[in-house]
Design a binder for this molecule. Structure first.
Ligand code: SF4
Ligand code: SF4
Length: 311
């Protein structure tokens, strides 16, 4: 590595958020899922090589947040040892359907610097079993939030489920359904009654930060950001890693590739760049807009050892 360290980054959240779609395979078949594909190719490396990759990025960009998505990332080969290596220098957040063996997880994973973003999928698990598993994990300091897709057939349970998770101190996120159901195209075709139900649940979010996040999730930020070709810090503060290892500045279709995650000379942007891609991001880092919301939308716990600042 001949370049100097480029951390902390100059603007909120001061650490890089690496969205790693590690593969598309999943053991569930949710009717609203746009991604699962058990046949899709993905980059497979031994844990030791992944550690080399992420240690290199630590030297260059400091301790970042590695956000696993998929598919179901916990099914990736050697996932638990991989998390064990990554959590030494980065914080790790795992979007998961929580289908893994909780006892095995507790035995194998240290809770420091690892967080779960659990998605409740009612076609595959009961809310009661899901909550019981979460509480077991919490008891062992494996903290998790919950995400619920506002799929029309599941909407009648929205308020009841929100109440039961929030009563246990668990953040409850409401994800708008994006797709077709019953001849309608969502989210645009939510009925006034469905929209009112969701608005009511958003207003019942347990604390202001979650409420702001739930509001942003409904697409308000997307509509604002889509109105122009703005300067955006995605690509500087954020990168999307696709299953084949391609790194792009964000998740939207048509944005530039920055290289591959295994490239020794992989570089993020060092400044915001103009973007004319059709923006589908509810957390777009549009300069002048996102900074005020960064505390709520881009909250990342600091690493317990590698705090902000050159190390
Ligand atoms: S658990 Fe997640 S990745 Fe798997 S099918 Fe459901 S929504 Fe898709
Ligand atoms: S598509 Fe949106 S989030 Fe992505 S770089 Fe462009 S403005 Fe930013």
């Amino acid at each position: 590595m001949d370049a100097p360290p480029l951390h902390p980054r100059k603007t909120p959240p001061y650490r890089v958020h690496w969205n790693w779609e590690i593969f598309k395979a999943c053991n569930y078949r949710c009717p609203y899922c746009p991604t699962y594909d058990n046949a899709a190719p993905s980059l497979r490396l031994p844990v030791s090589e992944w550690k080399t990759v992420w240690d290199r990025l630590f030297v260059r960009y400091g301790s970042g947040e590695i956000r696993f998505t998929g598919g179901e990332p916990t099914l990736y080969p050697d996932f638990l040892p991989l998390v064990g290596r990554l959590q030494e220098r980065h914080t790790v957040n795992i979007t998961t359907n929580l289908s893994f063996d909780a006892q095995a997880w507790i035995a194998a994973v240290r809770p420091e610097n690892v967080f779960l973003s659990a998605s409740l999928h009612l076609d595959h698990v009961s809310a009661e079993d899901f909550l019981a598993k979460l509480l077991l994990l919490w008891k062992h300091r494996h903290y998790a939030t919950v995400a619920f897709v506002a799929y029309p057939p599941h909407l009648p349970r929205l308020k009841e489920l929100q109440r039961s998770f929030q009563e246990n101190g668990i953040i409850f996120k409401i994800i708008p359904f994006n797709g077709e159901y019953g001849g309608k195209r969502y989210p645009d075709d939510y009925s006034p009654e469905e929209r009112a139900l969701m608005d009511s649940a958003i207003a019942s979010s347990a604390e202001p930060g979650t409420r702001k996040m739930n509001q942003a999730l409904q697409g308000f930020a997307l509509k604002e950001a889509a109105a122009e070709a703005p300067l955006c810090r995605m690509g500087e503060m954020y990168a999307k890693i696709e299953p084949d290892g391609t790194v792009r500045r964000c998740c939207s279709i048509g944005v530039e590739a920055l290289g591959r995650i295994t490239d020794e000379d992989l570089r993020l942007y060092d400044d915001p760049k103009a973007c004319s891609a059709p923006c589908k991001c509810w957390k777009a880092m549009v300069v002048g807009r996102y900074e005020a919301q960064a505390k709520d939308l881009w909250h990342m716990p600091e690493h317990t050892i590698h705090k902000l600042g050159p190390s």
